[in-house]
Design a protein around this ligand. Structure first.
Ligand SMILES: Nc1nc2c(c(=O)[nH]1)N(C=O)[C@@H](CNc1ccc(C(=O)N[C@@H](CCC(=O)O)C(=O)O)cc1)CN2
Ligand SMILES: Nc1nc2c(ncn2[C@@H]2O[C@H](COP(=O)(O)OP(=O)(O)OP(=O)(O)O)[C@@H](O)[C@H]2O)c(=O)[nH]1
Ligand SMILES: [Mg+2]
Length: 451
């Protein structure tokens, strides 16, 4: 029997122990699982309280069960749900009772969603949105994922793909005409117009994106600078708890310390690093190496200096991304700390920040600037439709093919038609219509078990 025809089950809620655990069963044997454990099938989509029994007639748990007959279910198959007390032994007994039903096995990660996808309930972008929704930590991540789940990108891609196929039909009709020596201008002109409009639309969407696909992982901000300037103190201020050790001794922080922050709904990872200096201590040397590496990879560096000290331009230059990076010069900010000791005041000199990490002066202004930076970085966050590099790459591919088909249409319809097919194919892959098994497998494997 093909794995797709087997019935699958999994814990779909959080790990045991929990107050209530939801176990989902999907596939042809879901109804059998429900009747075997809970007696007769309950009315579709209505919660019923039942005492569950195992194969030997022994009680398992006092539960609530649900029955979703296919194809009108989340997966498109028959689905049964057991809402039980979320104890480890309860779940073990329930799993044992379900798995003795023939052709029934534990689900792989993402397998329920995979089935929804196979049954046409979701396209691939919507499935990706669903996975992102489960992993969303901040409100902006949640909203973006929900938009994707609701088909914001999928609907547009479907529309583009259909219009490309229409344009390509006109062009191909032109190919037949040209055999007869006719000028297919009446066919070509509307096709060219349609392709141009499509190209404009897709490139506009791409241009408006910012780094919207980075919203899933978040922005990385590194705090760096010489030893003892107050980097860990700033870290603790931003985290609002004592995540890093602070001491008056230079060289306190050795490892890279990370915290996840939610700044106005933007996910931001702040990293505190070892103070950068020449040292003979091999442990500290390693800390300095790590600090440099992480600062170079960060999206933004807060370079901390003490009060009115001058900033060594060489130290800063060495932190610029070397090769391949896209960090602009503006993404290293000079932050003057310890302004409580005199020296520079808040907000001066221009373009720099003045703070007292230990007292908290200037921190709200710094946080506000970080939120603005994040908003610019992620781009049109309320309109962002691209949530993954995969999606962006395929849209770029579609747009490039459309551009080339416009360039080629004067030279010959065949070449133009070929590019249109490539554009439609890229959008087909975006929607998951034409992908090969291993590509889909790789995407769904990263999903949660039970989803
Ligand atoms: N208990 C429980 N809660 C859950 C889910 C679930 O599967 N079980 N969901 C799981 O993801 C989400 C809700 N999503 C769902 C999506 C589709 C259908 C469904 O039955 N769709 C049918 C008919 C819909 C209708 O009549 O409104 C269909 O699409 O044909 C159910 C839940 C979140 N909460
Ligand atoms: N007066 C004053 N002291 C501060 C301020 N911020 C930090 N300090 C003090 O400066 C010292 C060093 O602070 P840390 O946060 O450990 O400095 P660091 O940059 O992390 O140091 P390393 O980890 O060794 O590189 C501690 O004694 C802090 O209390 C500030 O705004 N004002
Ligand atoms: Mg430190």
């Amino acid at each position: 029997m093909h794995p797709r025809d087997q019935t699958i089950f999994a814990l779909s809620s959080g790990r045991a122990p929990s107050a209530i655990a939801v176990v989902r069963v999907s596939g042809p044997q879901a109804g059998v699982a429900l009747t075997t454990l809970a007696g007769k099938l309950p009315a579709p989509r209505q919660a019923s309280r039942r005492l569950l029994h195992d194969g030997a007639g022994q009680p398992i748990d006092d539960a609530v069960v649900l029955w979703f007959p296919g194809p009108g279910s989340a997966t498109g198959e028959d689905v049964a749900e057991f809402h039980v007390h979320g104890g480890r032994a309860v779940l073990a007994a329930l799993f044992a009772a379900i798995s003795i039903i023939p052709n029934t096995r534990a689900a792989e990660p993402g397998e329920f969603t995979r089935r929804s996808f196979e049954n046409g309930k979701l396209d691939l972008t919507e499935a990706e949105g669903l996975d992102d929704l489960i992993h969303a930590d901040t409100d902006r991540q949640r909203r973006q994922a929900l938009r994707q789940l609701q088909g914001l990108l999928g609907d547009r891609a479907r529309d583009w793909r259909e219009r490309i196929i229409e344009a390509s039909a006109l062009i191909e009709a032109g190919i037949d005409f040209s055999d007869e020596g006719d000028v297919p201008a009446e066919l070509r002109a509307p096709a060219v117009k349609a392709i141009r409009a499509l190209h404009d639309e897709i490139t506009k969407v791409l241009a408006a994106q910012g780094h919207s696909e980075r919203l899933r992982d978040g922005l990385v901000v590194a705090i760096a600078g010489e030893p003892n300037v107050g980097k860990s103190t700033l870290m603790n201020q931003l985290a609002r708890r004592e995540v890093a050790i602070v001491s008056p001794y230079a060289g306190t922080t050795r490892d890279v310390i990370e915290v996840q922050l939610d700044l106005d709904g933007y996910p931001v990872t702040v990293i505190d690093t070892a103070g950068i200096r020449e040292t003979d201590d091999p442990v500290e040397q390693e800390g300095v190496r790590r600090a440099r590496a992480r600062a170079e990879d960060a999206d933004l560096v807060l370079w901390l200096v003490e009060g009115g000290r001058s900033v060594d331009p060489e130290a800063i230059r060495s932190l610029r991304k070397t090769g391949g990076g896209d960090r602009a010069d503006g993404s290293i900010w000079i932050v003057r700390n310890k302004i409580d000791l005199g020296g520079a005041g808040p907000g001066e000199p221009r373009g720099e920040f003045g703070i007292s990490a230990s007292r908290g002066d200037g921190i709200p202004e710094l946080v506000e600037a970080l939120v603005t930076f994040a908003a610019d970085f992620f781009g049109a966050s309320e309109g962002g439709v691209i949530t993954r590099v995969r999606q962006r790459d395929l849209m770029v591919r579609a747009s490039d093919s459309l551009r080339r088909s416009l360039d080629l249409v004067e030279e010959g319809e065949e070449l133009a038609a070929e590019e249109l097919r490539a554009a439609a194919y890229a959008l087909g892959r975006l929607l998951g219509r034409v992908d090969v098994e291993d590509v889909l497998g790789a995407i769904f494997q990263k999903f949660c078990i039970g989803k």
